[in-house]
Ligand binder design. Sequence first.
Ligand SMILES: Nc1ccn([C@@H]2O[C@H](COP(=O)(O)OP(=O)(O)OP(=O)(O)O)[C@@H](O)[C@H]2O)c(=O)n1
Ligand SMILES: O=C(CO)[C@H](O)[C@H](O)COP(=O)(O)O
Length: 382
Amino acid sequence: MEPVSAAVSAVLPAGGSGERLGGATPKQFCGLQGRPLVSYAVRAMERVSWISDIIVVVSPENIETMKSIIEKYGHKRVTVVKGGITRHRSIFNGLKVFAENQSSNRLLQKPEVVIIHDAVRPFVEEDILLKVVTAAKDHGAAGAIRPLVSTVIASGEDGCLDHSLERARYRASEMPQAFLFDIIYQAYQQCTDHDLDYGTECLHLALKYCKTNAKLVEGTADLWKVTYKRDLYAAESIIKDNLSQQICIITDLKEAVAQVGFLLHESLKSQVKVEAISISLSKNDSHLQNIFSGECYNFLCINDKEYATEEIQQLVDMLEKSNIPLLYPVVLILVHLSISENISFSIGLEELTKIKKFAREVKKKNILVYGLLIQCKVFLLP
Ligand SMILES: Nc1ccn([C@@H]2O[C@H](COP(=O)(O)OP(=O)(O)OP(=O)(O)O)[C@@H](O)[C@H]2O)c(=O)n1
Ligand SMILES: O=C(CO)[C@H](O)[C@H](O)COP(=O)(O)O
């Protein structure tokens, strides 16, 4: 992926009440696998190293809730801003923190390009963000689009069909969108109250007020917006599916063991998202902490140590300290390699019994421990 050559920040409108979804909690604060929806969208932005500031715009009564979410999930580079009564007004408030001194927020460094992304679209990937940002740099504005699912029709005053649009010629406008900051900010400054109260499309504002024809970028199917209750269920199953498709292979620093981890990584990487790390579990490794907070729930821990329970205990301790919600079972597979010449397994029966007992204990915490003993000969690669 080509690096981004502009200063980029993001505004995430999250100030709505979620009327169409219903319920007392606005949808952006509904929990999916124990984590609020907005936190997934923030995390998606935060993972992208070239995005500087992330502005989350929330209604005044939810400012404290948002701040506690930031604290709980350790979000970085996030500023919380007070929203308005419509989405456009909220976005405008978000943009103002880069351009106007405000009493409640300090002025942030104005970016060249600003991304606007609904906080209720949790599955945005770096690839599409890069595409819209690059296109915005070239064209002034850009937005993700998707093919229409249904045909758009217009009804007349009598409630009968007036006309219908040729579906293949139209697209659904989704998010993320990106703009040269000056273009979208100037557009918002010129908006009428009618635009701010009834408008739904930022790309349209750039066209109407700055004569900027946005570049339209084909997006992926998972950019859709959580709008109705069924969307929450769909988002939750996508999250579960993603979790089951991720695995972290942990080996100790011994060359022979690390090499098994490397080979396993090579053979699994075409099927699942896999990360292999070689670390000493007795040290509080920051890389491993990041993997935990990225919510990886499957671990394969390979070692050849005689006291394997200690290793797995250390891993469980680190996992618990990381405070990730353990609502979804964490799977820890302990692979003990017996690579000595000795035919009998180097791990003793006593140790095995300990592992079984330990597995029974942690099962109550939703952590499933499995053990695998492998007697093998490892040939080091040259
Ligand atoms: N005054 C508002 C209204 C909406 N939004 C945000 O804009 C995004 C997209 O809007 P939408 O899906 O319409 O959210 P709601 O307005 O909450 O939903 P509804 O229209 O069903 O009430 C959401 O992240 C929402 O929180 C906002 O920041 N400020
Ligand atoms: O569709 C859009 C494209 O600009 C916006 O992303 C936005 O989600 C519309 O929100 P709403 O449904 O509240 O009007």
